[in-house]
Ligand binder design. Structure first.
Ligand SMILES: *Cc1c(COP(=O)(O)O)cnc(C)c1O
Length: 334
């Protein structure tokens, strides 16, 4: 496990990496380590996997949402600025689909308001912005769940350049225990096993190749779909290194998404919807005082039109043609 930690830290360019049992745990621990008070707010993206919100609530904090941009599907800096209150303590950008959020614009906002930065990098192993790794701006939280670019089945990692934070996370991970019967905080069992760590080491050897394959697949899809009117294709923003966890398009307005996905499935193409609604927009979160709902029109619109097409490294030669042809045919393009 120590080898996994040091190699992962090296991969993303962080000084410290602390392995934990999953990505949700990574987020929970990263927030817990900040010693927030009840009512302290975390600003995050509403367009993410539900774990982002669940982790904030599990850690006893209050979630508040800023809107996203259609450029990168990540937090919009102007919207974040507008959501900061005197209770805001943490900024939690989500590096969605393998592309880093606009940290160049977000970090100054965090600095201005004295906010801690916790990055949900669960989908962004090795993504960069201006050459710097996602997960090295604040406390980085990664997942190694089966569907992620790197996997241990279940697993997570927390990265930081702050030695004090790294030490605190290591203690928190192991029952708050610094030495036998020396309990310095009320901790938990967040440990990853060596067995799980062993599974990912060979993947690290070939990860650059995997990302190159995903990048080529994304480029191939974009080339073949570029002329379809109203179809919005994903882009790699200037200065950012995308690791293409997902290749997510926005369907032309008015296209029935369920029908589109079903028709692709019938053609042998497995498309997914990540994510159909903003995370706060489910009954179980309504009326909670720790889930502060704001208007997020961009996230609403994106969630209503998004579809993710296969882009992973196991696509065979010709698969990109098949996927693109199926999309064209279902959308009535020759
Ligand atoms: C997968 C994921 C998580 C949670 O990671 P787990 O390992 O499944 O607990 C958190 N946030 C995002 C954006 C994710 O994609």
């Amino acid at each position: 496990m120590a080898e996994f930690e040091s190699r992962f830290a090296e991969l993303i360019g962080a000084e410290h990496a602390v392995a934990v049992n999953n990505g949700t745990t990574a987020l929970v621990a990263a927030i817990q380590a900040l010693d927030l008070q009840p009512g302290d707010e975390v600003i995050t993206s509403p367009f993410t996997f539900i774990a982002t919100l669940n982790a904030i609530l599990q850690a006893g904090a209050t979630a508040r949402f800023a809107d996203i941009t259609t450029d990168d599907f990540c937090l919009d800096a102007a919207s974040v600025q507008a959501q900061v209150t005197e209770r805001t303590k943490v900024l939690m950008p989500v590096h969605l689909y393998g592309q880093a959020a606009d940290m160049t614009a977000l970090m100054p906002i965090a600095a201005e308001h004295g906010l801690a930065v916790v990055e949900d990098a669960a989908q962004a192993h090795g993504a960069t912005i201006e050459g710097r790794g996602a997960g090295t701006f604040g406390t980085g939280c990664f997942s190694f769940y089966a569907t992620k670019n790197l996997t241990t089945g279940e697993g997570g990692m927390i990265t930081t350049n702050d030695a004090v934070m790294a030490d605190k996370l290591r203690v928190l991970r192991n029952q708050g225990m610094r030495a036998r019967y020396e309990y310095v905080m009320a901790g938990h069992n967040y440990r990853l096993t060596d067995l799980q760590a062993a599974v990912v080491l060979p993947q690290l050897d070939t990860y650059a190749d995997q990302v190159a394959a995903r990048r080529a697949n994304a480029a191939g899809l974009s080339e073949r779909l570029a002329d379809i009117e109203g179809l919005v294709l994903p882009t790699e923003r200037a200065g950012r290194g995308h690791v293409w966890h997902q290749y997510t398009v926005l369907l032309p307005e008015g296209v029935d998404r369920g029908g589109f996905v079903d028709a692709l499935a019938a053609a042998g193409v497995g498309a997914g919807i990540y994510y159909p609604k903003p995370v706060y927009d489910y009954d179980t979160y309504r009326g909670r005082s720790d889930v502060i709902v704001t208007e997020t029109p961009v996230a609403d619109a994106v969630a209503a039109r998004c579809v993710s097409l296969p882009v992973h490294q196991h696509l065979q030669p010709g698969d990109v043609d098949t996927i693109a042809a199926a999309v064209r045919s279902v959308l009535g393009q020759s």
